[in-house]
Write a protein that binds this ligand. Structure first.
Ligand SMILES: [Zn+2]
Length: 182
């Protein structure tokens, strides 16, 4: 059964909160919250759910977006016939590529009702250490491309950072040499 989560927007000061590490192993309450977040993201991609519940489609969600300052992130999307599904706690970026990447159409966020235009430069590749909530174990994974952008967008939320903070205010569509446009 779909649970419409109370997503807060960027007018709510809570969105700027720095989230705290989650205690491991996860409590039943934290695990239930994480699973609800993943379910929400998955379901949000179905047109009938968007219409029925008046929600937007998303590919990632951080707990702070529902007002919970815990380092929990859910990611789900399909790309080129492959499914990317992550439910993680306490992610730490352990290495980054120098090469930047960005979405040519810009980023969007479930907590930002009106899209802010401009390029958001991210690292093309990052290595992330996290607790995999679905598998119940610590993992290290190297991610690249769109997935890397989604990871960085969501990890930013844990620090209270929104994607538009990273847009050059004076020149939102500034081109950086060598950056890979997606
Ligand atoms: Zn967001």
């Amino acid at each position: 059964m779909f649970k419409k989560l109370p997503i807060i927007d960027d007018k709510n000061p809570l969105i700027r909160t720095k989230s705290e590490d989650v205690k491991l192993p996860l409590s039943d309450e934290d695990k239930a919250l994480a699973l609800d977040m993943l379910e929400y993201i998955k379901e949000s991609q179905k047109e009938e759910i968007q219409k029925q519940y008046d929600i937007r489609a998303g590919v990632g969600l951080s707990a702070i977006q529902i007002g919970v300052a815990k380092r929990i992130i859910a990611i789900y999307f399909e790309e080129d016939g492959k499914t990317y599904e992550y439910l993680m706690a306490n992610p730490i970026v352990t290495s980054i590529s120098v090469k930047p990447t960005f979405l040519g159409s810009g980023e969007a966020c479930l907590s930002v009702p009106k899209d802010v235009e401009g390029f958001v430069y991210r690292h093309q590749k990052i290595t992330v250490k996290f607790f995999d909530i679905l598998k119940g174990e610590q993992r290290v994974e190297k991610v690249s491309g769109f997935l890397s952008i989604v990871f960085q967008h969501e990890i930013d939320h844990l620090e209270g950072i929104l994607y538009y903070d990273r847009i050059n205010k004076k020149n939102p569509f500034q081109r950086i040499p060598d950056a890979i446009e997606l």
